[in-house]
Write a protein that binds this ligand. Structure first.
Ligand code: FMN
Length: 322
């Protein structure tokens, strides 16, 4: 995981994987605006194996997104290793990440995602099998602190994942029961970071941490999720906080936001990005509304957005503002 050393200011900042949001166009933009690395939206191992070329094509990423991880979830070690092998052969990502944190019923019902927080030895078996069969690409893991507050699994689970071959661990400091609410437990994150030798990435409302605790953290880096939605400037703002700089923490202007929205529209209309195609105008509009939110002067544009029918019209509309 040599690339982690390239984190500006000594800490590596990842854009968190967020299904339904962090498609290829979005990831590319976040890299341009200051994220040091990105991770794909998760894909079920069985879908990789059954969907074949079509699914792998949808998981494609642009070279400019590197370092980029592809995230998969599943419960069967052999199936996970087989899916990872297909991903390595076809896509050559910088790492393959395993999701042990998703609380969504479809993942939990499949015995995957956060369900594995109740079966830590199986998490170890999955990582061990994948690490022993995948030679070129580092296998990494992303987990939560436990199923609920009475069954916390870290730091022991982090140590087991490391012993099983995980080369980086991302820890979301909430339990499955918390979902996305409440405080992330940063004491547990710091304890886990000090327990393992592999890099540990802290996750969970990073933007609420003050700069000095981020700078003093035992984490090799941080992963930023919801605070980044519509706000790719957050990476430089957080970096400035732990580097104790103030200049780059300036708020984006309305024109900055319009430029960002235009860049997104251009990327989407260029086509070819995973998770979105040129017909997917509704998705593009929602994403663009997010980039323009809280900014003054966009009332007319917001109304105009509702009536446009093509991405080219969208680009013309945005051009008036940049
Ligand atoms: C809409 C949404 C989709 C998410 N999808 C994924 C996913 O595909 N894989 C994953 O590991 N985590 C996923 N997460 C969790 C985030 O990566 C992150 O761990 C979580 O939001 C906590 O970080 P935050 O407090 O900075 O938002 C998702 C979160 C949200 C809100």
């Amino acid at each position: 995981m040599e690339f982690l050393k390239k984190g500006k200011g000594g800490k590596f900042l990842f854009l968190a994987p967020m299904a339904g949001y962090t498609n290829g166009a979005c990831r590319k933009i976040f890299r341009e605006y200051g994220a040091d690395g990105v991770v794909s939206e998760f894909v079920y191992s069985r879908a990789v194996l059954c969907g074949g070329g079509r699914i792998l094509e949808r998981m494609r990423f642009d070279e400019s997104e590197r370092p980029v991880g592809i995230q998969i979830f599943g419960s069967d070690p052999s199936e996970m290793a087989e899916a990872a092998l297909a991903i390595e052969e076809k896509l050559s990502p910088d790492f393959i990440d395993v999701n042990f944190g998703c609380p969504a019923p479809n993942a939990v019902c499949a015995g995957a995602g956060s369900a594995l927080l109740r079966d830590v030895p199986q998490m170890g078996r999955i990582i061990k099998k994948m690490s022993s069969e995948i030679k070129r690409t580092p296998i990494t893991a992303k987990l939560r602190t436990g199923w609920d507050s009475s069954s916390i699994v870290v730091p022991d689970a982090a140590r087991l994942l490391e012993d099983s071959g995980a080369q980086m661990i991302t820890l979301h400091g909430r339990t499955k029961a918390q979902g996305y609410e409440g405080e992330a437990n940063w004491d547990l994150i710091e304890e886990a970071a000090k327990t393992v030798k592999v890099p540990l990435i802290g996750n969970g409302s990073v933007e609420r941490r003050d700069g000095s605790s981020l700078a003093a953290s035992a984490c090799a880096g941080f992963m930023i999720g919801r605070a980044a939605l519509g706000n790719p400037w957050i990476f430089n703002k957080i970096r400035a906080a732990f580097e104790n700089l103030s200049a780059s923490a300036e708020e984006p202007s309305a024109r900055d936001r319009a430029r960002l929205a235009l860049r997104y529209a251009e990327l989407v209309s260029g086509g070819g990005y995973s998770g979105i195609d040129s017909e997917n105008l509704t998705h593009a509009k929602t994403q663009i509304m997010r980039f323009l939110k809280n900014a003054e002067g966009f009332k007319k544009l917001r109304v105009g957005l509702k009536n446009i029918a093509t991405l080219d019209e969208l680009k013309v509309l945005l051009c008036e503002y940049v």
